[in-house]
Design a protein around this ligand. Sequence first.
Ligand code: CA
Length: 227
Amino acid sequence: MRLLVVEDELRLARALQRGLTAEGYVVDLAADGPTGLETARHGEYDAVVLDIMLPGLSGYRIVQALREEGNWVPVLMLSAKDGEYDQADGLDAGADDYLTKPFSFVVLVARLRALLRRGAPERPAVLTAGSLRLDPATHRVTREGAEISLTAREYALLEYLMRRCDEVVTKTELLDHVWDVGADTDPNVVEVYVGYLRRKIDQPYGHKSLQTVRGAGYRLTCAGSTT
Ligand code: CA
């Protein structure tokens, strides 16, 4: 089992590497956020031990980036005890488990074993575009914290656009991915549904996040709030 430990406190990182190596794991270290993300992206790790407060990029951003890329490597997050961040934030961001510093090494190993037994779940992370949030696990959509009720088709359209935010998505792509393949569908249906979505996710909040790109298709801004 190969582990990645992303931790900028060198003494703690070395101690974890020594201890986990003695437990039979292969352990790589990364000492800052950007290196941690790159290493996690390209290495085939069975689990990642991830500090939250890191130079360059926080542990939250790292786990979010990995989940957005469809990387479901099990992540155990470590945080300082000061309570600046809480457990819910870490788990929201896509971590699988959480330990508060200082922790006992025995507990860390037990938690890691549990994570490794479970393996990487195919679990989608919450998508965001500005104040717009979409949780693929629960199909819940909110804007500025307020719940938005969408039909199944509107939901599927929004999810596809959010996964490809800031890209121009053509009507044909939307028909292929959101409507049944081979269905005898009038392409104008896309425009109709884009209109429905705008009336739910944008207009009541004064946003214009879902844009028509004339002659090309549609684009949802990742910032989610262009006016
Ligand atoms: Ca740190």
